[in-house]
Design a protein around this ligand. Structure first.
Ligand SMILES: [Zn+2]
Ligand SMILES: [Zn+2]
Length: 143
């Protein structure tokens, strides 16, 4: 984890630090799960700071471009959530009912016995994405 944080600091040092960027960064750093731009805005407003939603989107686009943050579209494009790149290897399950995001503590691909069976040779894997969908226990009860 420490290495990832150093790496993140290195990437951050390459972009100009502005107050809005720092505000967004602070929220992402404290977040335990990826957040949407609207949720980030709400967190910033809690601290009494003012920022436009469009500014947050611009900053998030920059962070994604610079590899500082990861954008995931768990349910659809409108529900994009952003997390720092240090959480890249965390997977999530998303509830179709209430859109709650639940962190997955393991990764099926990270286990040693996993052998991808690809229909083409010589493919060098550099990453993967796993997103689980379903119903949380609360929503499942209502069904
Ligand atoms: Zn739910
Ligand atoms: Zn994984």
């Amino acid at each position: 984890m420490t290495d990832n944080i150093d790496e993140l600091e290195r990437k951050l040092s390459k972009i100009k630090q502005t107050k809005p960027r720092r505000l967004v960064m602070d929220v992402l750093r404290d977040a335990e799960k990826p957040l949407s731009a609207v949720q980030i805005l709400a967190e910033i407003e809690k601290t009494g700071e003012q920022i436009w939603l469009s500014t947050i989107y611009r900053i998030l686009d920059l962070f994604v471009e610079k590899d500082i943050a990861i954008k995931s579209t768990l349910l659809d494009q409108d529900q994009a959530v952003y997390g720092l790149n240090q959480y890249q290897h965390t997977h999530y399950a998303v509830c179709i009912g209430c859109h709650r995001i639940i962190t997955m503590d393991n990764c099926p691909i990270a286990c040693d016995s996993f052998e991808p069976s690809l229909r083409e040779d010589g493919f060098r894997i550099t990453g993967h994405k796993i997103e689980l969908y379903g119903y949380c226990s609360e929503c499942d009860k209502k069904r």
